[in-house]
Ligand binder design. Structure first.
Ligand code: AMP
Length: 118
């Protein structure tokens, strides 16, 4: 694997994480610093640094990430109440781990987002 981030290490089971979902292309685990009662990260197994660096060939993979999150929400029973998915990109987007990932946030009414960082 050309890139190596903390998420790649979680995938290789080198560091512990609460992995809640895995298939051939995607894996998901609970965020270590949850921003909502449910906060799960959906990550492609293939290395893609940022959404900005995703290519047309990644379209299916990104669709799988979104659908894996939606399936998880439905199975866990909070789809009807609602949830938010977020992909942070690069510095202004607040990205801190440079392996593409989708945040799934749920479990309570969520506040506004998109305000400038203090
Ligand atoms: P982002 O800021 O969009 O790059 O999101 C990175 C996320 O990874 C943050 O919400 C972190 O709390 C989370 N995170 C970092 N290290 C770990 C870890 N070892 N296990 C689970 N989540 C992590």
């Amino acid at each position: 694997m050309s890139e190596d981030t903390i998420f790649h290490r979680i995938l290789r089971r080198e560091i512990p994480a609460d992995i809640v979902y895995e298939d051939d292309d995607v894996f998901a685990f609970r965020d270590i610093a949850p921003q909502a009662p449910v906060h799960v990260l959906f990550v492609p197994k293939a290395s893609v640094r940022t959404l900005d660096e995703a290519k047309a060939g990644h379209a299916e993979l990104i669709g799988k990430l979104a659908l894996a999150a939606a399936d998880y929400a439905r199975k866990e029973g909070f789809a009807d109440d609602g949830y938010r998915v977020v992909i942070n990109c690069n510095d202004n987007g607040g990205q801190t781990v440079f392996q593409l990932h989708l945040h799934l946030l749920a479990g309570a009414p969520l506040g506004r987002f998109g305000t400038p960082r203090a």
